[in-house]
Design a binder for this molecule. Structure first.
Ligand code: FAD
Length: 362
């Protein structure tokens, strides 16, 4: 591992940390990413990337590195309840279903190519010292002018910095599993069921990712969740499960702020509400690219909290619309009668539904 003072040390080589590393290295910054797990890294995820995220991957030069065997084009989102399906056509360039391991491999390869240093190491602490921030890791200590905490939902950096706030509302969780079956649609299907939502995303010519989001009251088995969706269970009949279930949660996380002296929070570590709208990756990529763009000026001003304030503003501009839209959809998950009426209306008036969603999402 490089012993010199780095412009940025990143804790966490997930999509947010790696996207930042690519964008920052391309701007000539020296970046070291510390990721505790051996790559390519997997994670519980619905694995659908919305058009904004697809555009970000193109900007980062990652698209061509995605293994086509583990990816599939997505043309629309279908919200399905009983016999009603409201369809939302995705704007250009469309969405993408991508297996997380393939995404991790492509982002890592591109980050290395751009000049970032990727190290497998677990960070167990950090310390400010004069003009630098030390990340204390299993591979040794590394110093950066700024520490980028991209260590996910349960960010230990956020907690150690005293930036954590309690999240409100019922605790929601997610779990996913893959099935060997040719996707039946170029679409992400969102099935609404009793106390849970199911997401089906094509992630290759012969594979779908099935993810459930739900409020947990005690242990919940993947099979028990699937049983709540008889139509989906029927579609998966005979298809072998090719991965073990992998879960995550609670999903909602809050932070007091995204910045402190020589420190920023990025990706899920910066705050998260829910995966119900499938925006986490797009949000992480967008914030990572903006952070890399404004970091040279912030480093020039000493990477103080004040110098990093433009990042807090950029993050809010992106997070607030995500938060508002996610609140609306979460509200619908808890009100089946209203949801049913809305989906029936949306199914009968697709153009009006599309306009309304675009207005809400921005
Ligand atoms: C069930 C579910 C379904 C979802 N579906 C979608 C979807 O369809 N579309 C979408 O866009 N988003 C979806 N999301 C959200 C998306 O997965 C996240 O927003 C995204 O992974 C955030 O990326 P990240 O890099 O911030 O965090 P992560 O992907 O969690 O990466 C954090 C990384 O930090 C590493 N790390 C943690 N602690 C340390 C440490 N101490 N030292 C070193 N490394 C460390 C971890 O190993 C990990 O690799 C879903 C989430 C869930 C839970």
């Amino acid at each position: 591992m490089s012993g010199s003072l780095r412009d940025a040390v990143v804790v966490g080589g997930g999509p947010a940390g790696l996207a930042f590393a690519i964008a920052a290295a391309r701007r000539g910054l020296s970046v070291t990413v510390l990721e505790k797990r051996e790559g390519p890294v997997d994670k519980a995820c619905g694995e659908g990337i919305l058009p904004a995220g697809v555009r970000a991957l193109a900007t980062l030069g990652v698209t061509g590195r995605l293994d086509p065997e583990h990816a599939a084009a997505i043309r629309e989102i279908r919200w399905i309840e009983r016999r009603d399906a409201a369809r939302l056509r995705l704007p250009e360039p469309g969405g993408l279903g991508v297996r997380r391991t393939a995404l991790s491999a492509a982002l890592s390869a591109r980050a290395r190519e751009a000049g970032a240093e990727l190290v497998q190491a677990e960070v167990h602490g950090h310390r400010r010292e004069g003009d630098r921030m030390w990340a204390l890791s299993s591979a040794g200590d590394v110093a950066g002018k700024v520490l980028v905490a991209a260590d996910g939902l349960a960010s230990a950096v956020r907690r150690r910095e005293g930036l954590e706030l309690p999240a409100s509302g019922p605790a929601r969780y997610g779990v996913r599993r893959h099935f060997a079956v040719p996707p039946w649609a170029e679409a992400v299907e969102v099935h609404f069921g009793p106390g849970a939502e199911a997401y089906v995303t094509p992630v290759g010519a012969q594979r779908v990712c099935v993810a459930f989001l739900f409020e947990r009251q005690g242990p919940v088995e993947f099979e028990a969740l699937l049983a709540r969706f008889p139509a989906l269970a029927h579609l998966l009949e005979g298809a072998s499960a090719i991965t073990a279930p992998r879960g995550a949660g609670p999903l909602a996380r809050r932070a007091r702020a995204r910045i402190a002296d020589r420190l920023v929070l990025l990706g899920d570590a910066a705050g998260y509400l829910d995966a119900v709208t499938g925006e986490g990756l797009s949000l992480a990529f967008g914030c990572a690219i903006e952070l890399a763009a404004l970091l040279p000026a912030a480093l020039g001003e000493g990477a103080t909290r004040a110098a990093l304030a433009p990042y807090e503003r950029a993050w809010r501009r992106r997070f607030v619309p995500y938060w508002a839209w996610t609140r609306i959809v979460l509200g619908l998950t808890r009100r089946p009668a209203l949801r049913h009426r809305m989906l029936a209306l949306a199914a009968s008036r697709p153009a009006a539904f599309e306009r309304a969603v675009r207005l809400a999402v921005g």
